[in-house]
Design a protein around this ligand. Structure first.
Ligand code: MOS
Length: 751
């Protein structure tokens, strides 16, 4: 096998699915070609609330090539009777079920699907479906909905209520320095590049295969089985490639429901794809208002933290996020507390979007922290170290690791923070004001029980498989590298399979637990194959491993060899040949209890980051450019510095969008989102992005997860928008407390 490029854990290799993606060989849900497939085009509700009184389908049905029009009036009866069925996110309330009845719950709700032999016929006919509604009064104005805010009795099981410590009110009243301000985040939509799509292949024997845009094939499989009268073994869900998710694919979206209903109705294969506009009719990050009260001593030491936040939800479900807890966990204030409520409006239910809760709550809190630093006349970075907590201050738990101090230090050094002059408006570059801001990021380091298989063939090729998803995060690559590392193989000798409900059990890809979880499962499966190889090696001629135990051997360059020996050892293909087997395989499950690697002691498990931002602001036009970002991340062990950096880059770009661009506007009169396309919903474009530097600080943590990996999908966005907001204040002296910071808000402050 000779010399091989190092490819294992810790190596910056390019993603193994890169070629498939750039050549178009990677197929997405709407790209599977199935014989005799019908094309389904969704008709969306024109009203926000009320009911359907009549559907006139005559004109639509007369279009050549139209096979069926599905609505609540003729949908298959056996599906959807169970309105109490919950998907795996378990959001309290009644999950939306497309075509269930005549009730309209939100604008853009799917009310019919036109099924045609061609997409063009279906699209044209869909425009001819005439629906009559009985309208009711609606509200999608978040400010108005606040009058109805409440704390749901039944909580979402991922929700963590704030735990009060000390007497925050009393301490605030007595504080030498006080801050009490309202912060706000606009509604945002996920907008992955790939639209939500489902291609249902109707096999005609009771089985269906669903090519679905989802972050979890097995979640969708369970959902279809329990909601649509299939037995689980008859439903296979494939999501081999996912064109971005950001959380919009955590729960099955309504195109999956429609495609399955339509396939059942017509007993044919069906594809349903949402339009970009329809992508604005489901998941979105909730709008948030967050009142923050901070008390501090003149030295800048916090004496009190108090937050009161409300996020938006729908009328039919109570989506909840952790908003007020992040500041309480991160800073060592003797007194802290918080309140949280949700406010219902007549939209689809808000949803998890990249770092749900933290991207909102930690970010807005970090703007308040900056304000208090100025009140205390302490450098904002210094202020954060004065209030540094070695433990999770809210839950009073030690961390498995917290290298945030190192992130502050190394980030500041790379950024050149020491050259900052403290006064707002004190730094300029030509006609632009220059501002430098800092913020802290924090996210969960989670691990989720995952299984994987490994199969070594006689020719030395290894296949590792797991039902996890790769939503663009690099899971294929991580699985390949962990396998290469464990069995000493090169990348070209390994195939990673994922994105298929037939593969070993894995959770939905979310919460940044993917690499830690599927990585650990792949490692266990490969170790099990290694043990079987070791046993098989006992049959080798001359018994070269004689008295050795499994712990005495290692796998290097396609060989099994004695540890420490300078002899190359025996090629795995030789061991395979002598075993007489065509393949050696194993399936293993990584759960939190394995090999005692995860401590039984209750500890806090989190990633941290320090984000440094430079902005340049045109003083006359108030145009903001984010000219430099340094994001220093403490995330445990880094499996692949290249794909890891890409995750942080993506998070930072999304954070810049949160700071300056992203906002879904409500047309409160029509009850619908106004800017429902890429032309009007602004995200950062190439011209908005300048220099972004990503640093990973050394944070060895064998306790946090089996591989010591903390996960990187989400931490990059947390805090970034606050660092931008804080830099804008430093540049201009203008404090904008509502994200995104658009030009009009800066102009407003000039008056
Ligand atoms: Mo993420 S919001 O858990 O996809």
């Amino acid at each position: 096998m000779g010399n091989q490029m190092k490819v294992g854990i810790g190596t910056a290799i390019s993603r193994v699915d890169g070629r498939e993606k750039v050549t178009g060989a990677a197929r997405y849900a709407a790209e599977y070609v199935v014989p005799d497939m019908l094309y389904g085009v969704i008709v969306s509700s024109a009203i926000a609330k009320g009911s359907i009184t009549a559907i006139d389908e005559d004109a639509a049905r007369s279009v050549p090539g139209i096979v069926e029009i599905l609505s609540h009036k003729n949908r298959p009866g056996e599906a959807w009777f169970d309105r109490s069925y919950k998907d795996e996110l378990n959001i309290p309330g009644t999950p939306f079920k497309a075509l269930h009845d005549s009730t309209i719950l939100f604008s853009g709700q799917p009310v019919a699907v036109v099924l045609g032999k061609t997409f063009e016929a279906a699209r044209y006919a869909a425009s001819l479906v005439a629906i009559t509604y009985q309208e009711e009064a609606h509200n999608i104005d978040f400010a108005v909905s606040l009058a109805e805010k409440f704390l749901p009795k039944k909580k979402r099981n991922t929700y963590h209520p704030p735990k009060t410590r000390g007497e925050p009110d009393k301490a605030f009243d007595a504080a030498a320095l006080q801050l009490h301000e309202e912060y706000h985040l606009a509604t945002e939509h996920h907008n992955p590049m790939e639209m939500h799509a489902s291609t249902v292949e109707w096999h005609g024997d009771g089985r269906i295969t669903v090519y679905d845009k989802t972050q979890g094939s097995q979640g969708v499989q369970a959902y279809i089985a329990s909601g649509f009268g299939f037995s689980k073994k008859d439903v296979r869900v494939v999501n081999a490639y996912v064109g971005g998710g950001f959380g919009s694919g955590l729960r099955p979206q309504y195109q999956t429901q429609l495609a399955v209903l339509a396939a059942k109705k017509t007993k044919r294969s069906v594809r349903v794809v949402m339009t970009r506009q329809q992508m604005f009719t489901h998941a979105h990050r909730p709008e948030c208002t967050y009142s923050i009260k901070l008390g501090a001593e003149t030295t800048g030491m916090f004496t009190s933290i108090y937050g009161d936040a409300t996020t938006s939800t729908s009328r039919f479900e109570n989506n909840m996020e952790d908003i007020v807890t992040w500041g309480m966990m991160n800073y060592a204030s003797p007194n802290a507390g918080g309140e949280y409520t949700v406010a219902p409006r007549d939209t689809y239910t808000s949803a998890d979007m990249r770092a749900p809760g933290a991207a909102t709550g930690m970010t807005l809190f970090e703007i308040a922290v900056d304000e208090m630093a100025y009140k205390a006349k302490v450098d904002p970075l210094e202020f954060r170290t004065i209030n540094y907590s070695e433990i999770d201050a809210m839950n009073e738990l030690p961390f498995t690791s917290k290298a945030l101090r190192e992130a502050y230090r190394e980030g500041a050094k790379a950024f050149g923070w020491s050259r900052r002059t403290p006064e707002p408006r004190s730094m300029t570059d030509g006609r632009e004001l220059v501002g430098w801001g800092v913020a802290t990021g924090m996210w969960d380091a989670q691990f989720s029980k995952t299984s994987a298989s490994a199969k070594l063939s006689a020719n030395g090729h290894l296949e590792v498989a797991c039902a996890t998803s790769d939503i663009g995060t690099g899971t294929y690559t991580v699985m390949t590298q962990v396998a290469a590392d464990t069995l000493g193989l090169s990348i070209t000798q390994i195939t990673a399979k994922l994105g298929d409900s037939d593969l070993p059990t894995a959770p939905v890809e979310g919460g940044s637990w993917g690499a830690a979880s599927s990585g650990a499962a792949v490692q266990l499966a490969c170790q099990a194959v290694g043990k079987k190889l070791f046993k098989a090696a006992k049959g080798l001629e001359g018994d070269p491993f004689g008295a050795a135990n499994f712990d005495d051997v290692e796998f290097v360059d396609g060989h099994m060899k004695l540890k420490g020996s300078d002899v190359a050892g025996v090629p795995l293909t030789t061991i395979m040949r002598s075993s007489g087997e065509n393949s050696i395989e194993a399936e293993e499950t990584a759960s939190s209890g394995i090999s005692g690697m995860i401590s039984m002691m209750k500890k806090a498990r989190n990633t941290h980051s320090a984000v440094f931002v430079e902005v340049k602001v045109d003083e006359d036009l108030n145009v903001v450019r984010v000219t430099r970002v340094v994001n220093a991340v403490a995330a445990g062990r880094i499996i692949n510095p290249k794909t890891a950096r890409s995750q942080i880059l993506g998070g930072v770009v999304m954070g810049i969008g949160m700071a300056l661009h992203e906002e879904t506007f409500a047309d409160v009169k029509l009850g619908r989102w106004m800017n429902h396309d890429y032309a009007e919903y602004h995200v950062p474009a190439n011209a908005d992005i300048y220099d972004i530097e990503v640093l990973f600080v050394d944070e060895p943590d064998p306790e946090v997860t089996p591989l010591g990996v903390k996960g990187l999908g989400e931490i990059g966005i947390v805090g970034t928008a606050a660092a931008v907001a804080n830099a804008i204040y430093h540049a201009t002296g203008k404090r904008v407390r509502s994200l995104p910071i658009t030009i009009d808000k800066l102009l407003e402050l000039e008056k």
